[in-house]
Design a protein around this ligand. Sequence first.
Ligand code: NAP
Ligand code: FE
Length: 362
Amino acid sequence: MKYYMPVRLYDENNCVQNHADEIAALGKKALIVTGKRSAFSNGSFDDVAAVLKERKIDFEVFSDVEENPSTDTVFAAGNKYRKDNIDFVIGIGGGSPMDAAKAIALVLKHPEADLDYLYDKTKDPSALPIVCVPTTCGTGSEVTGVSVLTRHDKKTKISMVHKVFPDLALIDGKYLKGASHTLIVNSSVDALSHLYESVLNAKADDYVRMTADAGLRAWARIKDVLTGDREADKADPGLLMRSSALAGMSIAQSGTSLPHALSYVITYDCGLAHGRAVGYFLPGFMEAAPKEERDRLLHLSGFDGPDDFRSFINKVFGGFDIPDEELAKTFEAVKNNQAKMRSASFDVDEAILKKIVYGKKK
Ligand code: NAP
Ligand code: FE
């Protein structure tokens, strides 16, 4: 067994201000990587910029990261700042800017890098130091080495092969204030899928179960807020962020499984948010899993069983409208991918995959 999580993580109020010393220790010039808007309205950018100014650390801002960031965006940033003597990169936002920040930190460290570099295991995977400040509660990217990138040349999303972990993760629930209910639902279901898929995974072990079980217990406490059956309270943003980080620690060990693998084509072709796309496949995946472990996970996260879970997914997403030809397309792609087919902790053949893809429809 191996447990590798080389990220220094802090999870507290005023986290960015509290850890100014550790940010400042990373160098004299930073590149801040964000999405187009949210970091500038939820307070996260201002907090980071204030620390950098106070410590007299020069910085550039790249705020062009789109949802489901593309390799084109990574190289746009890489080309723009290659000559700027950047010492470290700060990713602020959801999974999209954090994932982009990892790939940009790799490209800035290796100015010769091209697209193939990101997907060539023989290349040096070292990157500039990275700080991540999450502002959604789903991906756990702040504690994983994964960078999921859109490949327009392949019309899907493919993770970079290199594992690039942040050095510092600064987690503060206050940045969720102002996030829409839809965003909270999408990202919380993404976190839940990480918790389930990491345990129902061929690579799961006791260390994965340790973090996943803790994440599921935290997640169970916010479940009723997602359905609207309970008003949100002060503790919820912290719990949401914590369950997401624990989920990230779990997938950092074992990776994800079929719901994630099946989701990427749907996100690319139909523009479905990541959490919603994964959420579509999750009930079928749970129904296919061995009963004992499946029910243990469902109970830990507050569900009576698979039917209760399917109702929850339908309730929070209000149903799905994914064209059958898209389902057929992702079914074919994953069916022919042996690594993905073997990623679950249980045997998956074509018939089982079909049930996961079509749920109770077929
Ligand atoms: P996201 O794509 O980063 O952001 C979604 C939307 O939410 C954007 O419009 C963003 O606005 C907005 N937003 C972010 N924080 C906000 C806040 N606090 N308040 C209001 N709006 C906010 O969403 P995500 O679900 O976190 O990330 C999804 C990406 O992560 C996908 O590409 C997925 O494949 C990847 N992922 C990575 C891992 C990993 O281990 N690395 C794991 C799972 C998923 P702005 O654009 O203006 O910022
Ligand atoms: Fe995910």
